[in-house]
Design a protein around this ligand. Structure first.
Ligand code: HEC
Ligand code: HEC
Length: 700
């Protein structure tokens, strides 16, 4: 096994000391890359080489949490929680001697190229190139500094360029691998995650927050960023409405790049008892010079031209009694989509559902693949009766296919296992498949015993006490937020009145006469250390109380079930995890600019009074509820009589729009502009001072 490369740690120190790379290529500190040496100059070597390496296929161009080596002799796992890259020899066998390479930070994705692997590192933001040394051990060959929170990874077919999404710093970067340099970094919408590099050189990016997909082309070598409005779950959206989407971790294309598939959560989509919305795989026809199929043609292919194996799912008019009748189901085929791959030999998609511990195989030719289930592998098993989460293969977060596409390898994030699934097995009569092949346990959790269980629960969406539909990670992905304003509504249920979060007004049953109160999801990572109080109104005295109160809100019709202390027990496990296990987003560690210093003066100044409530020493909050002057209700929500709202922390505020409990403001600039003297005093500030104040807020 390769020990840490000494160069790696020297370079790391430089990276920390230098300001973060920001969105202009010339600012990128190349100094943090290791000094080039003879063995590290593949540029000339490649161009002079007589036989160019075999081009990467569309599937091979995409990085993932788990990937198969190009020769097929090993799997690589980017193990974020242990900050290592794991190499597991194939064929998968329980005692197989997996090796690990320590990394300078938590990895997010790995992509094998011909003579090595590319790995994204979240904080500090890096793209590492690892290559095998003489003994075959992987060691760092080079690195490129990137905007922090480097996450999604893709490469061009010739593996000369890589593309990386930086989630928190909302950028997409193009990297010249031979030169070890950032070609450009482009600013995009919040939380870019999944990334596809098309054969044409165009880039497509999915986001954890919001329904749109970002398209990046190039003009004269500079990025051109465009937004593609992709309707989430069109079949299930309330009529005439584009619903909010979240959890856009992954997107893939069909092998011919004619269709794009985006797996995510459609908040507010309709189905029976679907208070939380519906998981969805949205299909986009990509324009191309060969003339793409129109939707009607796709539908025709779907009904008429399916392989025999899938004929049973072709019938979308099934009744509620058929096991695969999705319109009759309360939930879709998976919960909290986390990863997706395209299986070309059957034209199916495999989607990992982090919340219900499944890998769902769906018909990729269907107009709505979530309505055409081939089968669902229940990878999570051995649910602990004490706390309700899977103890084997919980929270699947990555899928890799074998070369013949007959085996899927799945990495499970909350238990650190890899399992193999037999895709060649005959399609079952019961779509739920419990057979797994080999399970390899890679590592134990390093958190305290309580927090380990809490981690498993944090992703879990099936425990009826904790959730009943969507896990914590479904609304607080990565411990951050979904950018959504939920409706907290009280309505009639079979058991009386229940209070519930619902995704959209249309999710509230007809009986309801309410629209619900607005509740923007707050971020948790790095913000839950205080004793209390918690909740927008500050109504929960401590963290455990808030989580217990939340359980009633995260279930159809409310009903917290604290039978035998079960709810309180689970809440304390999850509380331990959110404090110990969630990783706060990266923050720039640098001197303030003059403008930001001016902003800080204003913030601390008695005239503006910001620091009076947003106390700097306690994460910019005094945690006290204040009745701010009433504003007109936000459209689509009820007006709330209880005006007192807890001062929210301003830590990380730049990265978590929209603002206020009702999400009524989309940017900090607008927030200060419309504030007047409602919250502290800003009406007397000049335009320049307002700018300075905002600039300071963005450093928090
Ligand atoms: C359906 C989406 C949803 C799910 C699922 C969800 N939350 Fe929340 N969470 C919210 C919203 C919205 C709020 C704000 C509610 C309020 O304060 O009235 C919130 C508030 C919180 C708070 C209070 C934060 C603060 O600063 O006051 C904590 C802590 C929290 N959630 C933890 C959790 C945990 C742990 C889970 C899993 C058991 C969970 N949440 C599941 C949406 C969700
Ligand atoms: C009287 C206490 C108080 C003072 C003074 C105050 N705030 Fe606030 N602040 C609040 C409360 C309460 C909220 C939440 C209001 C809501 O959600 O509707 C808030 C929300 C915010 C938010 C949005 C945070 C989020 O997560 O949505 C920002 C930004 C903010 N304040 C900045 C400022 C600035 C800048 C000043 C000084 C000009 C200031 N505040 C003065 C109490 C205060």
């Amino acid at each position: 096994m390769g020990g840490p490369n000494p160069r790696l740690f020297v370079a790391l120190a430089i990276t920390i000391a230098s300001p973060l790379a920001c969105s202009s290529p010339k600012d990128t500190p190349d100094a943090s890359a290791p000094a080039p040496s003879a063995s590290l100059a593949p540029a000339e070597a490649t161009s002079a080489a007589p036989t160019p390496p075999k081009p990467l296929s569309p599937a091979e161009r995409q990085g993932s949490v788990i990937a198969r080596s190009r020769t097929g002799d090993a799997l690589f796992v980017a193990d974020e929680d242990h900050k290592v890259l794991r190499r597991i020899p194939l064929p998968l066998a329980p005692g197989a001697a997996a090796t690990e390479v320590p990394l300078p930070g938590a990895p997010a994705a790995v992509l094998p190229i011909d003579d090595g692997v590319l790995v994204t590192i979240r904080d500090p933001g890096l793209l590492l190139v690892l290559k095998a040394d003489a003994s075959g051990a992987l060691t760092e060959a080079s690195r490129v500094s990137l905007p922090a929170d480097a996450w999604g990874l893709a490469a061009t077919a010739d593996a000369r360029h890589a593309f990386v999404t930086s989630a928190w710093t909302h950028t997409v970067s193009k990297i010249d691998l031979a030169a070890g340099k950032v070609v450009w970094s482009a600013d995009v919408a919040r939380e870019p995650r999944g990334i596809v590099a098309l054969g044409s050189g165009e880039i497509l990016v999915s986001h954890l927050v919001g329904a749109d997909v970002t398209h990046i082309g190039e003009a004269s070598g500079a990025p051109v960023v465009e937004t593609i409005g992709v309707m989430p779950s069109p079949v299930r959206a309330p009529s005439g409405k584009k619903v909010h989407a979240s959890l856009g971790y992954s997107l893939v294309t069909s092998p011919d790049e004619a269709r794009l598939f985006v797996a995510r959560h459609a908040v507010g989509a309709l189905a029976r008892r679907s208070w939380f919305g519906q998981p969805t795989v949205d299909v986009v026809l990509l324009p191309g010079k060969n003339g793409r199929a129109a939707p009607e043609q796709l539908a025709a292919t779907h009904v008429g031209g399916l392989p025999a194996q899938k004929s049973r799912v072709a019938d979308l008019t099934m009744t509620a009694d058929t096991p695969v009748s999705i319109p009759g189901r309360d939930k879709g085929p998976f919960t909290q989509p986390r990863a997706m791959v395209y299986r070309a030999k059957s034209d199916t998609l495999l989607v990992a559902g982090e919340g219900d511990d499944v890998v769902a195989e769906l018909d990729a030719v269907a107009l709505d693949p979530t309505l055409a289930i081939v089968r669902i592998f229940q990878v999570g098993q051995k649910y602990d009766p004490g706390y309700g989460a899977a103890t084997e293969c919980g929270a699947p977060s990555g899928i890799a296919l074998s070369a013949d596409e007959d085996t899927a390898y799945v990495f499970c994030r909350s238990t650190y296992d890899v399992v193999a699934l037999d895709l060649a097995a005959k399609a079952p009569v019961d779509p739920i498949v419990r057979d797994r092949q080999t399970l390899v346990h890679l590592a134990d959790d390093t958190l305290s015993a309580e927090a380990q269980k809490g981690r498993r629960l944090f992703y879990n969406a099936t425990d009826p006490i904790l959730s009943g539909g969507l896990g914590c990670a479904g609304c607080h992905p990565d411990g951050r937020d979904d950018g959504h304003v939920w409706h907290e509504a009280t309505f009639d249920t079979i058991d009386g009145l229940g209070t519930n979060f619902v995704g959209a007004y249309e999710n509230i049953p007809d009986l309801a006469k309410t629209k619900g109160f607005p509740r923007r999801t707050p971020m948790l990572a790095g913000l839950v250390n205080a004793a209390g109080p918690y909740g927008w109104h500050g109504e929960s005295p401590d963290l455990g109380a808030r989580i217990t109160a939340g359980m009633g809100l995260h279930r159809w019709g409310g009903m917290p079930q604290n039978i035998g202390g079960a709810a309180v027990g689970r809440a304390s496990l999850v509380a331990a995890f959110v404090r110990e296990g969630l990783v706060p987003p990266p923050r720039e560690n640098r001197e303030l600019t003059d403008k930001e210093k001016r902003g800080r003066e204003l913030f601390l100044n008695k005239g503006t009074k910001c620091a009076h409530c947003h106390v700097p020493e306690t994460h910019y909050t005094d945690r006290t509820p204040y009745p701010l002057k009433r504003l007109p209700p936000v459209s689509g929500f009820d007006d709330e009589s209880k005006l007192e709202l807890k001062t929210p922390s301003l830590r990380f505020v730049a990265g978590r729009a929209p603002y206020f409990h009702d999400g009524r403001v989309s940017t900090l600039e607008k927030l200060v502009e419309m504030n007047g003297d409602r919250m502290g005093n800003t009406s007397h500030l000049s335009a320049e001072d307002r700018e300075a104040l905002v600039a300071f807020l963005k450093t928090l």
